[in-house]
Design a binder for this molecule. Structure first.
Ligand SMILES: Cc1cc2nc3c(=O)[nH]c(=O)nc-3n(C[C@H](O)[C@H](O)[C@H](O)COP(=O)(O)O)c2cc1C
Length: 354
C-alpha cells in the first residue's frame, strides 16, 4: 500500500512559507522586503522601537527630563572616575545634557532624595572635584553648585554613593554549595495553594531583583503584579503557555520592557537581557521565602499584545518580555524534574587544554 498522505492545509502553508523564505533570505534588502510584504511578525517591534526612540530623544532635548539618560551618564562618569589611570578631562561631551536633566529631577524631588538621586549627586560632586579645568565643564559645575542650595543632601552623615574598594571579606557571604542547592530547589511550579501571597514578600523579592546587572544600570523594565482575580482572569490566558493550570495561579506577573530607554536601535535587545537577569534573581529570591514560580513565555502575537496593553495601560514603546506565575507550591501538585544538560554539553573552554 502507498504511504502517501495528502498534505494538510497547515503543511501546505508551512511549505509555501519555507519556499518564500528561501527566495528572500539571501540578501538583507530582500529579507526586509519579505517582512514588509508577507509577514507582520516584526511590525509591532519596529513601531515600538521607533516610538521608544522618539520619546527618549524628545525627553532629552525638548522636555530636558530623561531619567534613563541621567542614569546612563552618571554610570559613564562613575566609570571614568574608576579608570586606571583616570583621565584629566572626561565626560565633557555629555555633561551639559546630564545637568539639564538632573536639574529637572532635583527640582521635582525637593526634600527627600532617594538613594539613586543621592548617587547622581555624589558622583557629580566627586566628578566636579577631580576633573581638570575646562570651560564647558566649569559652567556646568557652577550650575550644579547653584542647584545644591535648593535641596539638602546631608552628605556629612551618610555613606557616599561613589566608587569604593571591594573588600575581600565580602567574598563568602553565601557558599557555593548553598547557592547550588537553592538553584536546584527552584523548579517551575505550576500548582499552587490558595494561600494569599503577601505583597510585602513580592516587594522584597523585587528589591533583590533590582540588584541585578543591567546595561549602563538603566533597568529598563517594570514588574506588573496582578493579584486581583478579576484582572488576573483577563490576562492569564493571553500567553497561551498557561493552558491547563491558569485557573489556579494566585499571582500573575508581567515583566515589561521599556524601549524609551534608548536613543538607538542598536540597544533594542537590552530590554530582554536586563529584564531576564532581574527575573532570574526574582525567582531565586522567591524560593528563599517559601514561594515558587513558573516563567511563562510571552509570544509575539500582535492581537494578544494589544489586549494586554489595554488591561495594563501600556504605552506602545513598552513590550511584554515574559510572564510569571507565583504562589505557594501545592504539596500535592507534581513538579517536572527537568534534568539539566551535563557540563560538557554547555561549556567549551578556549583553548581546550591549558
Ligand atoms: C522564557 C521561558 C518561557 C517559558 N514558557 C513557559 C510556558 O509558556 N508555560 C509553562 O508552563 N512553562 C514555561 N516555561 C517553563 C519551562 O518549561 C521550564 O523552565 C523548563 O522546562 C525547565 O524547567 P525548570 O524551570 O523547572 O528548571 C518557560 C520558561 C522560560 C525560561
Amino acid at each position: 500500500m502507498s504511504s502517501f498522505r495528502p498534505f494538510t492545509i497547515n503543511k501546505i502553508r508551512l511549505l509555501v512559507n519555507y519556499y518564500l523564505s528561501l527566495l528572500f533570505y539571501k540578501s538583507k534588502i530582500m529579507s526586509s522586503l519579505y517582512y514588509a510584504l508577507f509577514s507582520r511578525s516584526f511590525h509591532r517591534e519596529h513601531q515600538a522601537v521607533l516610538e521608544g526612540k522618539i520619546k527618549h530623544i524628545r525627553d532629552i532635548y525638548w522636555n530636558k527630563n530623561n531619567y534613563y539618560l541621567v542614569i546612563r551618564n552618571i554610570h559613564r562618569i562613575e566609570k571614568g572616575l574608576l579608570m586606571r589611570p583616570r583621565k584629566e578631562i572626561f565626560g565633557k561631551n555629555y555633561i551639559k545634557e546630564t545637568i539639564d536633566c538632573y536639574e529637572k529631577i532635583i527640582l521635582s524631588h525637593h526634600e527627600n532624595l532617594n538613594d539613586q538621586v543621592k548617587w547622581f549627586h555624589d558622583v557629580l560632586d566627586m566628578y566636579f572635584n577631580v576633573v581638570g579645568y575646562d570651560e564647558v565643564i566649569d559652567r556646568e559645575k557652577q550650575r550644579f553648585l547653584n542647584l545644591q542650595n535648593t535641596y539638602k543632601t546631608d552628605t556629612e552623615n551618610r555613606k557616599k554613593h561613589i566608587p569604593y574598594n571591594r573588600l575581600l571579606k565580602e567574598k563568602n557571604l553565601v557558599s557555593l554549595d548553598s547557592f547550588f542547592a537553592l538553584s536546584k530547589q527552584r523548579r517551575s511550579v505550576r500548582w499552587f495553594t490558595e494561600e494569599k501571597v503577601p505583597r510585602k514578600l513580592i516587594d522584597k523579592c523585587i528589591e533583590v531583583a533590582s540588584q541585578s546587572p543591567s546595561a549602563c544600570n538603566r533597568q529598563p523594565f517594570t514588574f506588573y503584579i496582578i493579584d486581583d482575580k478579576n484582572i488576573l482572569n483577563k490576562v492569564v490566558d493571553l500567553p497561551m503557555g498557561t493552558t491547563g493550570y491558569a485557573h489556579n495561579i494566585p499571582v500573575f506577573i508581567v515583566v515589561v520592557g521599556n524601549l524609551n530607554a534608548y536613543f538607538d536601535e542598536r540597544d533594542r535587545h537590552l530590554i530582554y537581557i536586563d529584564a531576564s537577569l532581574a527575573s532570574m534573581s526574582f525567582m531565586l529570591a522567591l524560593e528563599t521565602t517559601g514561594l515558587s514560580s513558573c516563567p511563562i513565555n510571552w509570544p509575539d502575537i500582535e492581537k494578544r499584545e494589544m489586549k494586554l496593553q489595554k488591561v495594563l495601560n501600556l504605552n506602545n514603546y513598552q513590550r511584554p518580555i515574559m510572564c510569571m506565575a507565583v504562589g505557594y507550591p501545592d504539596p500535592k501538585g507534581l513538579v517536572a524534574s527537568s534534568e539539566k544538560k551535563s557540563l560538557d554539553k554547555i561549556r567549551i573552554y578556549y583553548p581546550e587544554d591549558l
